[in-house]
Design a protein around this ligand. Sequence first.
Ligand code: SF4
Length: 702
Amino acid sequence: LGNVPSRLKPTSTTTSICGYCATGCQLKIHRDQGGNAINLTPQSKYPVNLGMACPKGWQALDVLHSEDRATTPLLRNANGDLCEISWEIALSEFTQRLKSIQRKHGNESVAFLSTGQISFEEMAFLGCLFKFGMGFIHGDANTRQCMATAVTAYKQSFGFDAPPGCYADFEESDVIVLIGSNLCIAHPILWQRVMRNKRNPDIIVIDPRSTETAQAATKHIQLKPKGDLALLHALAHCILRDERIDKDSISATEGINEYREFVRAYAPEKVSAKTGLENEQIESLARLVSEPGKRVSWWWTMGVNQSYEGVRTAQAIINLCLITGNIGKPGTGPNSITGQCNAMGSRLFSNTTSLVGGHDFQNPEHRRKVAHGLGIPEDSITAQASMAYDEILAAAEEGKIKGLWIVATNPFHSWIDSGRLARLREKLDFLVVQDMYRTTESAQVADLILPAAAWGEKDGCFINSERRIGTIKAVHQAPGMALSDFRIFRLIAHAWGCGDLFSKWTDPESAFHLLRDLTKDRPCDITGIRSYQQIDDAGGIQWPYPKDSLEQEQERRLFADRKYYTSSGKAKLLFSSPAENPEPIDADYPFQLLTGRGTSSQWHTQTRTAKSAILKKLYPTEAYVEIHPKDAARLGIEDLQQITITSRRGSIVAQAYIAPTVQSGQLFIPMHYPQVNTLTHSSFDPYSRQPNYKLCAVTIRI
Ligand code: SF4
């Protein structure tokens, strides 16, 4: 044993949910005598990942040791340099500068932008501190970029943001439809759950790109970009025309007559121009997803969500499930899979556009209940919900937002049409970035950087895409003066002078108890959870979990009883006609640019994953663009040649990957590279305000 490396000789282990994606795998962290993390393995007993992890999970500890960690607060001086300062000065600067803006310009002049990457106790603390303690109105999270569409679609259709399914449905379906989802690389462990399905399922991928998942599916419906809504209406047309419906399920809905009338206009031949599909492709898919006795599950991600008509597209999926009875039963459901590890926590607890704990700002009863639960004056909660992310940035561009506090996110890379961010930076009087790294695109332009502890250096809870709450643990010492976001918010509360309001928020678990009690009698009621330990012992707990009883079954699927959360108790069939593409191609910009995740080994803007030598080896470090062989031949482009992709907003130089993964006339660039969002077009879904990342017009310069 003398020659065995110390990382292979742990003296203890603990568990923690992975801090990247919303799959929510549990990792077993191996620790040395001092309690420090020295290695990890995926947890075999956890019901989500069953002993599996993707490359990011395996490398989760590696990225904590990067040299560019923010280890002290940094303040920009008169020469424009960032200088190390103490926490005392940082807190004083933070409060003085933001209070001064508030005095001069009012409560709507400062906003925060946060994330789905911190624990829900931390996001709730930020939202409550900023609004109820500091008195500001506007703050939103980068979850706006990934799942706002699904949230709005579920809320409007079901009366509450309630994703109905669970991951076991991947293993219990006869037909699995993946729409706008490259599951193999975006959620690789969920793809492994598909592979465990013993029912010999049909696996249908609806996607304009021939993705890794499309290539592994039993059928790829390769439609035109944003032909999805017309296709879904055409499927409903065929199903209702042929009466391949579930009458009991339909009896629990509202609007069937109007819906039937609406989809009459969407015969397969009428949508061929929009979808690029043959009639028989649509007819046979309609038969497959309405086969009596077959369990059909639908799963969608960003291909649907990040669109100018995402909500109605998600609702067209929901409608198909409702009319065919594919909801509330094993192997069924209109299921959205989210991106970030705690996106679901953000949906319930971020206190941004919705009031914390699954409540509404506009409902006086909800405001009273939350104020009472938090022990704060009722009038500290106003009826005014926050502006959405894009509206906050637009207000900053107009000079109405003067101070911005960015927490654990990197909008100067990730926000759509990111060149706008650089321009609005000029308009801001004060920009604070709170992050684990001092080198992100956003931190580099900050006035003040607050050094934050990372995943692995703090405690709390995440909620994954199947509504499962799991705990994260501190298994590593944060470097230098970096502090957990929770502790930073505590310090700010005291420095601001509102610490008394948050005297019960002493540590993450105390905050959890406060937040848990707020959910009482809401659809997301988790008042049956007593402690973090109980969550660990149970292998995570799915909401709702309202009873304090060890015998209580976790509610794996919602709506088995066909009772929805609307005032009538019925689900709503909501629909509208496909909208025009906000930026169609033309002679000057003749290519359609698609963007998305490019690999399972990188994450979003690569702030963490680029710090792992192993992950970097698994993925090209230089930007690349997929181009169809016909287009490459026509333009004389050779494989691996550097070409410039230009939109009306910006340019990126990328290496040409010539492959028929994209259709002729289309290009694909992964979102992980800087500059990619200088190309994208600033348009949004009108209901969810989610950005339309997936489609814009570009040209190629050689
Ligand atoms: Fe982490 Fe997601 Fe990979 Fe699981 S699939 S290990 S949660 S990044």
